[in-house]
Design a protein around this ligand. Structure first.
Ligand SMILES: [Zn+2]
Length: 486
């Protein structure tokens, strides 16, 4: 049982809380100092305190009551909050650490002021030391099956950042949607078979910038070699059979390969800061390849004896093209694998993880019955009939180390929740995400030995009861330019 100190109220639960002696009256703080380069946080702190009626005057001296500074001995995303009788100091290993520590501070202020302005508003003295368990704390948004407006994507980014998610894996193409602007496939903007909607270059730049302000990097996904029905109907010469193009690219066509290389170059240009590009790789049928003379010839020329091996070689070549662009390739797990440099996202079962581990790949854990957020949380929720229930507690109980074994630790980059949108129009995106995001955030951020379901639900209910969601949104509305709510 944890000590009832208000420092033990945080969500996600921090790495370590060291309790000191006495309390700090928050209203006693009068001044704030921030180290150069961290000015954006200064304003966020002033506004967060102002929300509770506390005015913090900026000073040039580090003798101030509140201090924000870097401490490069901390891990890059780590932070340390020191609460002493008349001082409140936050240190971050980088601006990201300050960002996460500032989020924690808003929770602590909510707790301290939960009784209104009556009486004292204090925090227990002590030190909170925190760092993430996983470097990859991902969330996949499928914008292909249903399109989301720029505002909706930004709203999602804000919520993800609140729970310290740092990767937005953006599924941008599929059978029924093509969401990126491309100079080489201009027809897709107006194609009747695709659901309406495509982001402009300016909108993508805007979203990339917005995500980066929230310390979220984007991993764009172009699904290859399957899941491409809409594109191939518009450009059938890229498929095996121009009369019935189906949904797979032709693996034996030099023209198709050249097209994909050009497309990836465009994607790299649209997402200049994305160090990983996802190339799909899932659920391709071999049927069209089997009936295609070019694919058969490619197999013979390469001395390959199966269409799956041909597919693996094709995806390996695409991965190397991505390496040429200075990026790293990522794929959904398959049974046939690619080179170990490609990050593998395990999604079908725990075997995906153990197989990828045996092949020496880095991995991200997204096994569907643990982390597919399109699955219903309760029986009353509309969903496809094949979908299993995925209650919050199941998400919380997920742990790759426990399910697969501690040996995968060094290769497990992290975890990623996936929101496929076949059954999720954009007005359901936020509710589908929010109900399980706190549990997922704690799974992604907090170390296993600190996680406990009953402790988690207690902290969550306490913050909710204290009005934390309103505080967070209220402080956000007051944010300055560059971190605007919309
Ligand atoms: Zn072919």
């Amino acid at each position: 049982m944890k000590n009832q100190s208000n420092l033990n109220s945080l969500l996600p639960v921090p790495r370590e809380v060291r309790l000191g002696c006495g309390r700090m009256e928050v209203r006693g703080l009068q001044s704030i100092h921030c180290a150069p380069g961290l000015e954006r946080f200064l304003e966020v702190w002033q506004r967060a305190f102002a929300y509770f009626g506390v005015r913090l005057q900026r000073t040039g001296t580090s003798e101030a009551g509140a201090v924000i500074a870097l401490d490069t001995r901390l891990p890059a995303e780590g932070w340390r909050l020191e609460v002493e009788n008349e001082r409140l100091h936050l240190y971050g290993g980088s601006p990201a650490g300050i960002f996460y520590g500032t989020g924690a501070l808003k929770q602590l202020l909510t707790i301290a002021f939960s009784k209104g302005l009556q009486g004292v508003h204090d925090l227990d003295c002590g030190t909170i030391i925190d760092e993430p368990r996983y470097a990859w704390r991902g969330f996949m948004l499928d914008s292909a099956r249903h399109f989301q407006s720029v505002d909706k994507v930004k709203e999602l980014i804000r919520h993800l950042a609140d729970y310290r998610i740092n990767v937005l894996h953006w599924h941008l193409t599929d059978d029924t949607g093509w969401r990126i602007p491309s100079r080489i496939v201009p027809k897709l903007k107006s194609l009747g078979t695709l659901e309406y909607g495509q982001y402009t270059r300016a909108e993508i730049r805007d979203i990339v910038r917005y995500a980066s302000e929230h310390f979220i990097r984007i991993v764009p996904e172009i699904d290859l070699p399957g899941h491409s029905r809409g594109l191939l109907q518009a450009y059938p010469h890229l498929a095996c059979n121009t009369d019935e193009p189906g949904r797979e690219y032709c693996l034996g066509s030099a023209e198709t390969k050249q097209f994909i290389i050009e497309l990836l170059g465009e994607v790299a240009g649209l997402f200049p800061e994305s160090d990983v590009i996802h190339i799909g790789g899932d659920e391709a049928s071999t049927e069209n390849w089997e009936n295609c003379s070019r694919c058969r010839r490619a197999m013979e020329e390469k001395g390959i004896d199966s269409f799956r091996a041909l597919e693996a070689q094709f995806m390996g070549e695409v991965s190397r093209e991505i390496a040429q662009l200075g990026r790293r390739a990522m794929m959904w797990a398959t049974d046939w694998g690619v080179g170990p440099d490609t990050i593998i996202q395990g999604w079908r079962s725990l075997f995906d993880i153990s197989n990828a581990f045996e092949r020496g790949s880095d991995m991200v854990f997204s096994v569907h019955h643990h982390l597919y957020f399109d699955y219903p949380e309760s029986a009353g929720e509309p969903s496809a009939n094949w979908m299993p229930l995925l209650p919050e507690e199941t998400v919380y109980a997920t742990d790759p180390r426990v399910h697969v074994g501690p040996e995968v630790d060094g290769k497990m980059l992290g975890v990623e929740a996936c929101l496929w949108t076949e059954t999720v129009p954009q007005w359901r995106v936020i509710p589908k995400t929010l109900s399980r995001l706190p549990a997922f955030g704690e799974l992604a951020w907090s170390f296993g030995e600190n996680r406990d379901w009953y402790d988690f639900t207690g902290r969550k209910q306490r913050l909710e009861a204290c009005g934390y969601n309103s505080v967070r949104d209220g402080v956000r509305m007051l944010l300055p330019d560059g971190m605007q709510a919309r």
